[in-house]
Design a protein around this ligand. Structure first.
Ligand code: SF4
Ligand code: SF4
Length: 352
């Protein structure tokens, strides 16, 4: 007999160890979430994915309640929507959610939920800002007044990228996402991979360099492969007026599965650097560089190689190919060294 449960009156398949949320999504029913993070331990912290389970004494968090054979689940009842709306209102009152000036405007799950539930005026009084915004490092702005304490950043840091730089600290209304010792990211174990920013569902964690440069609906998202190393992480360039304003990871794509390192996410400024070399440079006898054509530079290298081979043999030369090169270029480089120059002294700078 196949495993099924009843989802909004319809028999729906389930898999062993599945939570209601996953089984419902597989069955084509979307349940809203704020704290749920794929690949991490479900916490049920935000209470937005509440559903009715027949026979249960209270509403259950779909992300952290296992589904079982014959269970009857309702995701769309009046009770469910009343509870979700109340929780959205409470979250809106938990800080300063003034969308007009928020970097996440247009890319905020709390905003989407407030819109869905037609919440025009907050029912509860706004809490006072307890912790000042942290703006001390070059990459990430931490605005605690917009934090809804969903814990996604903590889970991403601890369970997805395993840097273990942040955790949930203090208690009750004093709760806060903290580094070890509750100092700024700069003085912590943080490696600035930006995974916490990637998963933050609101505007509490944002890219500092992107501030004020463009709204989500103004940018074009272009998928590409990170140029830095041979891993080949998939990323999205957020481009406005022909210029990259920020970089995010492609969710679920191999090999990085939605993750990026500090270079892939934040170090794209070199593209626009005035100091980029645009022509080959040849060092003169006096030590100064002068610009040269590609033909002249390549002829010089070939002549020098020939001189070295004639004098000391091909093994006097070694090649190290660049980590940014594509496979085809690296292949050609080893062919050049093995077949043309005649040495096996060829390696790759990112070999581990
Ligand atoms: S930037 Fe990376 S290491 Fe630093 S807190 Fe965020 S997820 Fe953790
Ligand atoms: S900073 Fe963002 S991801 Fe982290 S707990 Fe606050 S709202 Fe959630």
């Amino acid at each position: 007999m196949s495993n099924t449960f009843i989802l909004n009156g319809k028999e729906t398949p389930l898999k062993p160890d599945q939570m209601i949320l996953e089984a419902a999504r597989n069955g084509g029913i979307e349940i809203p979430t704020l704290c749920y993070l794929k690949g991490a331990t479900p916490t049920g912290a935000c209470r937005i994915c509440l559903v009715e389970v027949k026979g249960a004494r209270s509403l259950m968090a779909a992300c952290s309640t296992p589904v079982s054979q014959g269970m009857e689940v309702f995701t769309d009842s009046t009770l469910v929507h009343q509870a979700r709306k109340l929780n959205v209102e409470l979250l809106l009152s938990s800080g300063k959610h003034n969308c007009m000036t928020c970097e996440a405007n247009g890319n905020c799950r709390l905003q989407d939920l407030a819109y869905f539930y037609k919440i025009t005026t907050p029912r509860f009084e706004e809490s006072e800002q307890k912790y000042p915004t942290e703006d001390e490092n070059p990459f990430i702005v931490r605005d605690f007044s917009r934090c809804i304490l969903c814990g996604r950043c903590v889970q991403a840091c601890n369970e997805l990228v395993v840097n273990r730089a942040i955790s949930l600290g203090y208690r009750g209304s004093e709760s806060k996402v903290v580094t070890g010792g509750d100092g700024p990211y700069n003085d912590s174990e943080c490696v600035f991979c930006g995974q916490c920013v990637e998963v933050c569902p609101v505007g509490a964690l944002t890219e500092k360099k992107a501030k004020g440069l463009g709204r989500p609906w103004e940018t074009q998202k272009i998928r590409t492969t990170c140029p830095y190393c041979g891993v080949g992480c998939q990323q999205l360039l957020h481009v406005k007026d022909g210029k990259i304003i920020k970089v995010t990871a492609v969710e679920d794509a191999q090999p990085n599965q939605g993750r990026l390192c500090v270079k892939g996410r934040f170090a794209y400024d070199f593209i626009y650097s005035e100091e980029r070399l645009k022509t080959p440079l040849i060092r003169e006898k006096n030590g100064e560089f002068r610009e040269a054509s590609w033909d002249e530079a390549l002829d010089l290298v070939a002549t020098k190689f020939k001189e070295i081979i004639k004098k000391d043999g091909p093994d006097a030369i070694a090649g190290v190919s660049c980590a940014r090169s594509i496979n085809e270029d690296s292949y050609q480089m080893q062919k050049l060294f093995r077949a043309v120059i005649g040495t096996n002294n060829i390696d790759h700078c990112a070999r581990t």
